[in-house]
Write a protein that binds this ligand. Structure first.
Ligand SMILES: [Zn+2]
Length: 90
């Protein structure tokens, strides 16, 4: 196990600026569900472009939580199958 986390040089996906040590980016999702790092100065611009914070409800609505989406899909599929069987039984 390394004693220190390797240094990561992130860059803002809006302005392309390298994020300085101690500076934080906010993960955003584009309407296409692509994850982007946004620096504090670009958050407003990102939101104007329709990007949403990755941890928001809106981001979940985009469907970028595959596990969540899979569960829903499974439920829907199971429901349909049960319905179909019921229809056949009649
Ligand atoms: Zn930026």
């Amino acid at each position: 196990m390394p004693e220190h986390e390797p240094e990561r040089f992130e860059a803002c996906d809006v302005c392309g600026r390298t994020i300085l040590r101690g500076e934080r980016t906010t993960p955003y999702l584009t309407p296409d569900g692509e994850r982007q790092n946004v620096c504090a100065l670009c958050r407003e611009r990102a939101e104007e472009a329709g990007w949403v914070p990755a941890d928001s409800e809106a981001a979940r609505a985009i469907g970028t939580e595959p596990k969540f989406a899979d569960v829903i899909l499974e439920q829907v599929t199971t429901f349909d199958a049960a319905h179909a069987l019921e229809a056949i039984a009649r």
